[in-house]
Design a protein around this ligand. Structure first.
Ligand code: UDX
Length: 437
């Protein structure tokens, strides 16, 4: 009999993991403490925007292999392998991660575990958390050592969540026993040939944080080069292209622009610094402070450039903003560079109107004080300056001539180096971009 799986927490990670595992043929029971979310999921409705996930969810529900519940009793009785996929947001006013939801999950589940099973953490956590949770699990579960903990970090990207879950670059298994390793190898066997790295808990936890720290550093590296390019009248786009031909460097995550945001990279590098500090290894990660600072400076630079184009002040100036999501193909506005820029310009007196293909509702809820347009054309109508802040394909495909017909002045700042500068300039636009002459 294949193992029966449960997934605790139904955010991006949990929903995708539950639906994908059901698609692979497992019986899966998902849990969340939010009854509204559970009702929507059981009705085949996604509470998030994630391309390709809804059909997988619906297939799972229709097959009878996938269900969602709010009951820990049901989950404990059902599962052989319990995946913990709850969020670990940044603590308010601190760098450290808030692991309350993980502790709540273990405290909800453990006292009900009365038979052999595996509890598998997938959430991104400060190193040392797994060891602490393993003790807690052993203390609270009636099954004792029969209920074991493993750590199995997840590397999925929003927008590619299903693909990344079904075709991972690697699988990392932080385990204490051969039994745990064997169980997880069986669970992931349907994925076919995937490199598997077996580690202790701490290494497994660190792989995830190190991967995100590397990606953030790579983005901030090219954005630091963009700052130098601006000062030296050089072109960071061509610089990046030339660097990318070196296999050792590679071209991915080397796009200069407004920098990184979202629910992971910013908070993960901060939590990493905080944890290193607790461990007495803070010096090792002081460079991440610089990575964070470079990233935040891009937002400030964008506001400065926009103000410059507005003639030195935003007062009496209409600014059309294209993009609110932290990246294209997502409705996620968590720590979105685009929204941060829009809000800052609003604070400085600009009349900001935003359009985003999918994140508009989320943006409107978070920032009701800003204006919203129902299309790119609506958002830039009458604008003195247009800002492209999220590189949706829809924006890349915009016709500069058509847009030029509705704005008050043909001035655009390309915050993502996504547009064809020549095309826009030859349509009479004053085109500026980060890191380019
Ligand atoms: C990231 C990691 O990629 C993923 O492995 C991890 O599990 C979670 O965090 P995600 O947050 O979905 O995934 O976004 P990602 O596609 O990595 O982009 C992060 C941010 O970096 C976005 O704001 C994006 O616009 C920005 N970015 C990315 C750049 O500014 N330049 C680049 O070259 C690449």
């Amino acid at each position: 009999m294949p193992y029966r799986l449960t997934v605790i927490g139904t955010g991006y990670l949990g929903i995708t993991h539950a639906a994908s595992m059901a698609d692979l043929g497992f019986e899966v029971l998902g849990l969340d403490v939010d009854p509204d979310k559970i009702a929507r999921l059981n009705a085949g409705e996604l509470p998030i925007h994630e391309p390709g996930l809804e059909p997988v969810l619906r297939r799972g529900l229709a097959s009878g292999r996938l269900r969602f519940t709010t009951s820990y009793e049901e989950v404990a009785a059902f599962g052989d392998v319990h995946f913990v996929c709850v969020g670990t947001p940044q603590k308010r006013g601190e760098y450290a991660a808030d692991v309350t939801y993980i502790d709540n999950a273990i405290e909800g589940l453990a006292p009900l575990l009365d038979r052999e099973c595996l509890v598998v953490g997938k959430s991104t956590v400060p190193v040392g958390t797994a060891e602490r949770l393993a003790d807690k699990l052993a203390r609270l579960s009636p099954a004792g050592a029969e209920a074991e903990l493993a750590w199995n970090p997840e590397f999925l990207r929003e927008g590619f969540a299903v693909h990344d879950t079904l075709h991972p670059d690697r699988i990392v298994l932080g385990v204490r026993t051969e039994r745990a390793e064997k169980m997880l190898r069986e669970v992931y066997e349907p994925l076919g040939e995937v490199p598997i790295v077996v580690t202790d808990y701490a290494t497994a936890e660190l792989v995830k944080t190190a991967a995100n720290a590397f990606l953030a550093t790579k983005i901030s590296f090219i954005n630091a080069m963009a700052e130098v390019c601006e000062a030296a009248h050089a072109d960071v786009e061509l610089l990046s292209k030339a660097l990318s031909y070196d296999d050792r460097i590679g071209g991915r995550y080397l796009n200069a622009g407004l920098g990184f945001g979202g629910g992971c990279l910013p908070k993960d590098i901060r939590a990493f610094m905080a944890r290193a500090g607790e461990l007495g290894a803070d010096q090792a990660l002081t460079f991440l402070r610089e990575v964070d600072a470079i990233n935040m400076r891009r937002r400030a630079r964008m506001v400065d450039l926009a103000r410059e184009l507005a003639g030195g002040s935003f007062h009496g100036c209409t600014v059309g903003v294209l993009g609110a999501a932290f990246k294209p193909n997502s409705d996620d506005i968590r720590d979105s560079p685009a929204l941060a820029v829009a809000v800052a310009i609003g604070h400085q007196g600009g009349k900001v109107t935003i359009y985003d293909p999918i994140a508009l509702d989320n943006a409107r809820k978070a920032h009701p004080e800003l204006n919203y347009g129902e299309s790119a054309v609506e958002a830039v109508r009458g604008a003195h300056v247009v800002l492209l802040l999220t590189e949706w394909q829809e924006f890349v495909d915009l016709d500069p001539e058509q847009l030029g017909g509705v704005v008050a002045a043909r001035r655009i700042v390309d915050g993502r180096n996504a547009l064809d500068a020549e095309n826009w300039r030859s349509a009479g636009w004053h085109y500026r971009a980060l890191g380019r002459p």
